[in-house]
Design a binder for this molecule. Structure first.
Ligand SMILES: NC(=O)c1ccc[n+]([C@@H]2O[C@H](COP(=O)([O-])OP(=O)(O)OC[C@H]3O[C@@H](n4cnc5c(N)ncnc54)[C@H](O)[C@@H]3O)[C@@H](O)[C@H]2O)c1
Length: 420
């Protein structure tokens, strides 16, 4: 008997790890992506996702059971299809066009008894109200009944060596009990634990609760940090102390703002839907967005004040930014607050140099000079700014040679260090 055929639509941070895991579990996998360059690189064994080392991709290709492709015709005869395409915002509102295109693309290949699963983060109702009609009209089949349909939110945390796809519990749902059984059965082959919920809407909301919880708590700590600065209290020490309480407290740490494809975006999917369906504002989300958006400006102002105290102006100053990615140990610069900080400092007249070992050249913001983290660079800088605290940075070198460090991550200790 031939292996089951899985199609993963979207071969990015979410889709590629899923495809690799499925190959390892014995499935035949087509990795579909509209980005021809990405597909070409994957086919030649080049991984651009940090969590997928080249040798793991090489083994998948070598097994003959992983085929990256740009052609939806390669989906012909699939048993299971998982959609992992982007769900960004356009002018502040959800942009479901990628999910729609994926639905239209895969619809003609939907056949009786196959299973389609949406993983992209989205507002409750998307699977049944938006995706299902597209699949039904393209295939002439219905779900529930002819084919199976479900939603399973992604919990991938790029760069996290502890919690990987296989050991992070996976929430699963279906449009009926048969669909749920199919969706759950599929993921049970890939992950250690699945958690079934009653409906696709509950599963869709689960993901938004997780990200809204983080976004709101980060905003709370960020606001507290800005206020503590004026009160002259060390907020970092207070959080460390609060963390010793063994119940009822979860620590969140301040930072230069939120970035990436999740926290600045996903909660807006929820607030947009609440507004649309109920005509009401989701106040926590709006407030958290405002506070988190303020952070890059706060960082720029603090650096300006720090230079000023040393009798230097930000205009004409040479600044060395450590990290441009939104998250440590990754090269993901989507919506990175570090880029916002760099632009604000440039607008104030600073010459910005940056160390970003994970990013590719085309991602670097205009006017920013990429350099290595060397004694010479550190000495030449009027200020070193720790924006993204990659573990690979030599923080001892920084404190040994810097004149002034503005540290948004609390990684450096020394007399010349000012912490966010
Ligand atoms: N990156 C994360 O850490 C993370 C975590 C949890 C959830 N998510 C969610 O998962 C989804 C995917 O995110 P990602 O980070 O993997 O995005 P990504 O941009 O890394 O990858 C998405 C891929 O989909 C491709 N694509 C777009 N439209 C397509 C189409 N019609 N057909 C085929 N391929 C298409 C793109 O070319 C891209 O390569 C989003 O909804 C995101 O919110 C992401």
């Amino acid at each position: 008997m031939s292996a089951e055929k899985l199609v993963v639509i979207g071969q990015g941070y979410v889709g590629l790890p899923l495809a690799m895991r499925a190959v390892e579990a014995g499935l035949d996998v087509v990795g579909l992506d509209v980005d021809a360059d990405r597909v070409k690189r994957l086919a030649s064994g080049e991984s651009f996702v940090e969590d997928i080392p080249t040798d793991r991709l090489g083994r998948a290709l070598g097994s003959g059971r992983y085929r990256p492709s740009t052609e939806y015709t390669d989906a012909e005869g699939f048993d299971i299809c998982v959609i992992t395409v982007p769900t960004p915002l356009r002018d502040g509102t959800p942009d479901l066009s990628f999910v729609e295109q994926a639905g239209v693309g895969i619809g003609p290949y939907v056949r009786p008894d196959c299973t389609v699963i949406l993983e992209s983060t989205t507002y409750p109702g998307t699977t049944e109200e938006l995706l299902r009609p597209l699949l039904e009209s393209a295939s002439g089949l219905t779900s529930p009944g002819d084919f199976h349909l479900g939603y399973s939110p992604e919990r991938i945390d790029p760069g996290n060596p502890t919690w990987r796809l296989e050991n992070t519990p996976k929430v699963v749902s279906g449009v009926d009990s048969v669909s749920l059984a199919r969706v759950q059965g599929f993921y049970q082959r890939l992950v250690e634990r699945t958690v079934a919920v009653d409906s696709t809407r509950v599963a869709e909301l689960t993901k938004l609760i997780e990200n809204t919880f983080r976004q709101v708590n980060i905003a709370l700590i960020n606001e507290l940090t800005m206020l503590s600065h004026h009160l002259d209290i060390d907020v970092w020490q207070a959080i460390d102390a609060a963390e010793t309480k063994p119940f009822g407290f979860l620590p969140f740490r301040p930072g230069p703002g939120v970035g990436g494809h999740c926290l600045p975006i996903d909660p807006c999917y929820l607030s947009w839907q609440v507004k649309r369906r109920l005509g009401r504002q989701f106040r926590f989300i709006e407030l958290a967005n405002d506070i988190n958006h303020e952070m890059p400006e706060h960082v720029a102002q603090r650096i300006m004040a720090g230079l000023n105290r040393a009798g230097r102006a930000v205009s004409g100053a040479r600044l060395l930014l450590l990290g441009l990615a939104y998250k440590k140990n990754t090269g993901d610069m989507r919506d990175s607050p570090a880029v916002d900080v760099a632009r604000r400092l440039q607008a104030l007249g600073a010459e910005v140099h940056a160390v970003e070992p994970y990013a590719e050249a085309h991602q670097i913001p205009a006017g920013v000079t990429v350099v290595g983290l060397t004694e010479r660079e550190v000495r030449a800088a009027d200020a070193v700014v720790v924006v993204t605290d990659h573990d690979s940075f030599d923080y001892d070198l920084v404190v040994r040679h810097a004149r002034y460090v503005f540290d948004t991550r609390n990684r450096c200790v020394g007399e010349m260090v000012e912490t966010l």
